[in-house]
Write a protein that binds this ligand. Sequence first.
Ligand code: DCP
Ligand code: MG
Ligand code: MN
Length: 345
Amino acid sequence: ERSTNAGPNEWLAKKFEDLHDMYLGVQGKNQFAIRQYQQGELFFPSCCTPWIITSGKDARRIKGVGQSIADRIDEFISGEPGRAYYEDTEKARIVAVLKDVYGVGETFANELYKRGARSIRDLKEKDFGLTPGQNIGVELYEDLNTRIPREECRAIYELIASKARAIDPKIWVEIMGSYRRGQEDSGDVDILITRDTDDGLTHEGLLKSLVIGLKENGVITHDLSVPSQWDALEAKWMGVGKVPGGRYRRIDILCIPFDQWGAALIYFTGNISDILCLKQFNRSLRLYARKKGYSLNQRGLYVGVIRDKGGLKMTEGEFAVITKTEQEIFDVLGLRWRHPHLRRP
Ligand code: DCP
Ligand code: MG
Ligand code: MN
């Protein structure tokens, strides 16, 4: 809701409003600039400034108006496009696009900009020495940056799960991450796999057959990162796949030992996070375990862990419970199990 309360400096408010909108529209938002220009927008209508502002210096008489707002005002008054902020947003806009390429972070995106990259097309047409994974990210940029609807996550999971069960009927396979938390859409599809060991066998070797099998029927289309040991009990594959006729989607498949199932369920379900409380549910659970003399990580709940004064582990300890379910871990800790959809901090 914006003020309709006109004052002598309404035009300045309007300018800051435009600037504010422009910065809001940039992905990888410059929160500092957004806050500043929003302030600018709020300062100049109506009551705050009964006199007509004629310069940045003049505006600084207002409490809360800093040099950067004053500089923008001088730019507005001079009629110049304001070289500094114009270039900043131009660059910010491009970096925000480049950093969303799979495998390209904020830092490398800035580096690519410095080297002259201005668009995804540039990355396709010129040689920036990207890794094979980054090149897949470029090739599939649109698809990989589109959220996956819940039903499609489910469909991909079903295709993977049925193939896994066809290879070995005793496989346990679960869909994790944001899907398990009940989100309407996800950034990727996270699959967790193990196998019941009651007959003395394990899932060792399954991952390789699974990926090969899914490639044969076109469900898996690209590898991004393959395990160093395909046939280990603990192995992670990362890549791309799709449902027939669908978009290309990021898929993670993680295999873990059977006795780590419960702990892994907790870990790879994660929690609803926002900027302020990232990963808090898992973290507070770990801290709670520690207070009670345990140690909790993605592999299990341990007892007998000895730590040094700085809290560093001196010994690994041993499993407090062989976990088939999350419930068992919550039970040992004396906590009520919390439904994945409710895993807020
Ligand atoms: N995880 C974690 N710490 C990390 C990475 C992952 O605890 N550094 C756990 C919690 C996540 C889960 O693994 O929920 C899956 O990781 P994702 O990166 O796939 O995140 P989400 O599935 O939660 O979200 P998105 O919808 O973006 O995939
Ligand atoms: Mg995920
Ligand atoms: Mn993931």
